[in-house]
Design a protein around this ligand. Structure first.
Ligand code: HEM
Length: 507
């Protein structure tokens, strides 16, 4: 499979994180980290709400009290609230860029992409209303800028700016901003978050403990070193001169010094539309989706458990067979990753009853029968001793390229597509060693393929590799598209093991 240059570049850049953070690589947990920052924002926000006075005259003084009088608690909470919000923007932007670079938005995955974008556009106004509530000169600058932006929208008939005339600024308007920031926007955001992950299975919303603790400590240290402070109080009869902008949330306002509000809206709209329609600008090459063969399905539900995209459902048996359940694939949700085939215990290459291997669930464009054929052909074509067969993944390193006299590679849609019995079959049919190579560890293109395979090999998940198989002949090693050296090293490691296992001439 051809790897696009952006993906290649991104993976190369991410290699540094892989070696520095190992299992706690933050780039693999950007979505869950964003959730974690939300929890911090929520808890600190609830604390700040108690002493906060929601009126034009009370707001500034109450924030000042929190910052200076009760700096050790409310002050730290304020800083945490601000810095966790900034951190959330960083993780969201990285998450967006990562999904883009790794091309995880195509085909049926358009849904997560399209429901992710509005989250970004919801969080930025949430931050803006937060800065507004301090009612200092920065809030005044935001208020005026926002009024200009809203006045450019025809439905407001140019009426917003008048709210900020010194004589007009009212507690009622302030209460509206407070309602939006404290209740309206967070509730909509929560609903949008639920929509965003609705089509995925086994979604985790907490990062690994070490990463969560590390991020929290970093935020606390930042809050102590550089506490969040206010500008001088708002004064609508003057124009604020020198301001410290939070560029994560307020970057749009300086544009208003150069462009009209209409032009700023147009830019935002164009960027949004370009991003939204991305999955259709670069459509996925269509592969046939998984199909169920009831003749061979006993309704064990393992494929349902394994599918990362919730594309498989279970229903009562419809064909009168003795089994109680059957599975159904929704083609609109299936990404054709093939992980269900790897989880189907009837995808067993030892089955001799029929000439054609027909599992309960299969990929029509690359059926299990074809995989069995390619496995046998690869073993037959190898020469010499210590023959190693590498089962790879279309999204990892292109394993066909490591071909030598005694090494062959077969690439699958995902390493999770490999039924564990195929490993036993390969060893039985003449391979001396089997190397299973999915995407980089913990970074499966299809979310769980690499993890499920590893667990099946270790007998931690069904269908498991038979206990009788000699694990010394098997290695599993994640390798991204650029990790040729790592994969070659693993082949050499396995070969050395095989040489050691060889009975000595004297034995
Ligand atoms: C509030 C911000 C966001 C949060 C908390 C969030 C969270 C998550 C989580 C937890 C996942 C599941 C990861 C997994 O288990 O594999 C995910 C997946 C994803 N997100 Fe986000 N996300 C956010 C914003 C975005 C944005 C702005 C985009 C891009 C437009 C985006 C695009 C995606 C895509 C494409 C997936 C992958 C779906 C798949 O694997 O098929 N997300 N997100």
């Amino acid at each position: 499979m051809r790897i696009n240059p952006l993906r290649r570049l991104y993976i190369a850049a991410e290699t540094w994180f892989k070696y520095s953070f190992a299992e706690l690589n933050p780039m693999y947990h950007l979505g869950t980290l964003t959730f974690f920052f939300f929890w911090i924002i929520l808890v600190s926000g609830i604390y700040l709400f108690v002493p906060f006075k929601g009126s034009v005259h009370g707001a500034y003084a109450s924030v000042e009290w929190m910052t200076h009088q009760q700096w050790y608690l409310a002050g730290i909470m304020r800083s945490l609230h601000r810095y966790a919000s900034d951190a959330a923007i960083i993780t969201i932007l990285l998450h967006l860029f990562r999904e883009l670079a790794l091309v995880r938005y195509q085909g049926t995955r358009w849904y997560s992409w399209v429901t992710g974008l509005p989250l970004l556009w919801m969080i930025i106004p949430l931050g803006i209303t937060g800065y507004w509530l301090v009612w200092d000169q920065l809030a005044q600058y935001i208020a005026m800028g926002s009024a200009h932006l809203f006045d450019a929208i025809p439905i407001f008939f140019g009426s917003m700016a008048s709210n900020f005339l010194p004589s007009q600024m009212s507690d009622r308007f302030f209460t509206l901003i407070m309602f939006l920031h404290l209740l309206g926007q967070p509730l909509i955001l929560l609903f949008a978050l639920w929509l965003h992950v609705r089509r995925l299975s086994n979604v985790n919303i907490m990062p690994p403990r070490g990463l969560a603790i590390g991020s929290f400590i970093a935020l606390i240290i930042l809050s102590l070193i550089k506490p969040a402070l206010s500008h001088p109080p708002a004064d609508l009869s003057t124009v604020p001169q020198s301001l410290n902008l939070d560029w994560f949330y307020l970057n749009i306002y300086p544009l208003l010094d150069y462009w009209t509000a209409g032009q700023v809206w147009l830019l935002t709209l164009v960027i949004t539309l370009l991003l939204i329609f991305l999955p259709w600008f670069f459509p996925k090459r269509a592969k046939a989706t998984a199909v169920v063969d009831l003749e061979n399905c006993d309704g064990c539900k393992q494929c349902f458990e394994d599918c990362p995209y919730d594309a498989i459902t279970v229903q009562a048996r419809t064909d009168g067979k003795k089994h109680s359940h059957e599975v159904v694939v929704d083609p609109a949700l299936c990404t054709s990753c093939g992980i269900c085939v790897g989880g189907c215990h009837s995808a067993n290459p030892f089955r001799k009853a029929e000439k054609i291997l027909r599992p309960g669930i299969d990929m029509p464009d690359f059926p299990a029968h074809e995989l069995r054929k390619r496995t046998l052909a690869a073993i037959d074509s190898m020469q010499g001793k210590h023959k190693i067969l590498v089962f790879g993944c279309d999204h990892g390193y292109a394993v066909e390229r490591i071909k030598t006299d005694n090494t062959r590679g077969i690439s699958l849609y995902c390493s999770g597509m490999l039924p564990p019995t195929m490993i036993r079959f390969a060893l039985r049919k003449g391979a001396d060693g089997v190397l299973v190579s999915g995407c980089r560890s913990n970074d499966c293109y299809n979310r769980f393929g690499e993890r499920w395979t590893e667990m099946r090999i270790l007998s931690d998940r069904q269908p498991s590799l038979r206990a009788g198989v000699d694990h010394r002949h098997i290695i599993s090693q994640g390798a991204g598209p650029i990790d040729r050296k790592a994969l070659e090293k693993s082949v050499q490691r396995l070969r050395k093991k095989l040489i050691k296992l060889e009975p000595k001439a004297s034995e």
